[in-house]
Design a protein around this ligand. Structure first.
Ligand SMILES: *Cc1c(COP(=O)(O)O)cnc(C)c1O
Length: 382
């Protein structure tokens, strides 16, 4: 079925749908109907203008985005948004922006915002090793914050908010890099959503930014040209040479979501089944596999877990590589194991992984029993 010979559970860049890879392969040689390689098509061509227009329309349609939003395709990754957002919305302001420090990536966003203006960290999970998210009672949002920033899915720790945060009278700004287009997200309740492509919706090189028009009313003067959202909005994401290939790849992914998957409802149903299968395997393992995140805050995109010792984890990873799985090592900041279940990672791939996990556990338990001198009570066939 799958012509790739390794199953890609990487935390990012993530797997892409097979049908998208095939179309990209074709496009590198020649875009159908254009007669040129996509790597050499002008970003000023009508063809590319149509790609951008269709991609924008697809994203609006997938999210049910009302009018009054810009949809931009920028470079610099999510990391550049960590800076561009406070440059635009916080520079020169007195009231602090409110940030949630829920893991590795939100930590980076806080540090960048602090360069631009006052920041109030409303809640931090650092003391607890980022194993859970704040509850409703933990959060006291203020009405005068210029905005609230949070990360919907903490990719490294495997934590995901399963509810909307904040107040309706303070702009919500959200980094959805690792769960964008994985499920419906009430986009109309946010003032700014950003997501780079390379976890869930495409290759690295493009970052999608949805922002309400009114956020751009009070932009501070003299921002560097590239850092001023207004330039990108005016130029229809063609302010300077955009990443044509990456944008086209994201277009193909949105077509796949719309035409083959049944939109975000369809995608969410598949993603829920994948995550449920994997967490069930962990929960049924009698502590052999231990989920990192508190169960209510578990991510459907990134499942981070540990085994008893670093040594056992190393053996698990080696055996997994041998068995054809790729990208299962945890992020370097936390170690352990992480299985990322982005949109294009299929249910059969997760079934194979849980089968492998069951086998590995079985082999290890037998091995341990033998080593503890009880081997005579274990039948050779077990
Ligand atoms: C991976 C990741 C980032 C970093 O994105 P870059 O495009 O490499 O700058 C930021 N936020 C989240 C939630 C991520 O998962």
């Amino acid at each position: 079925m799958n012509p790739r010979n390794r199953l890609n559970f990487s935390g990012g860049p993530g797997a892409l749908p097979e049908c998208v890879l095939q179309q990209l392969q074709q496009a590198i040689i020649e875009v159908p109907g254009v007669g040129l390689s996509i790597l050499g098509i002008s970003h000023r061509s009508d063809w590319f203008a149509a790609v951008v227009a269709e991609l924008e329309a697809n994203i609006r349609s997938l999210l049910g985005l009302p009018t009054g939003y810009h949809v931009l395709f920028l470079q610099g990754g999510a990391t550049q948004q960590f800076s561009m957002i406070p440059m635009t919305l916080l520079r020169g302001r007195r009231a602090p922006a409110e940030y949630l420090h829920t893991g590795y990536w939100s930590g980076k966003s806080v540090a960048e915002a602090q360069r631009e203006g006052p920041v109030r960290v409303l809640w931090s999970g650092e003391q607890g090793g980022f194993r859970e998210l704040p509850t409703v009672a933990d959060l006291d949002f203020s009405a005068d914050a210029p905005y609230l920033h949070y990360v919907s899915n903490e990719t490294v720790e495997g934590l995901q908010f399963h509810r909307l945060l904040g107040r309706d009278d303070v702009p919500r700004v959200c980094d959805m890099s690792s769960d964008f287009l994985s499920q419906p997200c009430a986009a109309e309740r946010f003032s700014l959503i950003y997501a780079h492509a390379q976890k869930n919706v495409g290759p690295a090189g493009v970052t999608i930014v949805l922002l309400r028009d009114e956020l751009l009313k009070d932009v501070p003067p003299n921002l560097p040209g590239y850092m001023d959202y207004r330039n990108h909005a005016l130029a229809h994401s063609n302010f300077n040479t955009p990443p044509v290939f990456a944008i086209y790849a994201v277009l193909l992914v949105t077509r796949w979501l719309l035409d083959d998957i049944g939109g975000l409802e369809g995608m969410a149903a598949i993603n829920q089944r994948k995550a449920a299968l994997l967490y069930a395997q962990i929960d049924a393992s009698d502590g052999f596999y231990r989920g990192r995140a508190k169960p209510v805050d578990r991510s459907e995109m990134n499942c981070a877990f540990n085994l008893d010792s670093a040594e056992l984890e190393t053996r698990f990873l080696a055996a997994a590589t041998q068995a054809g799985f790729s990208g299962l090592a945890g992020h370097r900041a936390v170690g352990g194991i992480r299985a990322s279940l982005y949109n294009a990672l299929t249910l059969p791939a997760v079934e194979q992984l849980v089968g492998f996990m069951a086998d590995f556990q079985h082999r290890e338990s037998r091995h341990r029993t033998e080593n503890s001198g009880l081997s005579s009570s274990v039948s050779p066939s077990s």
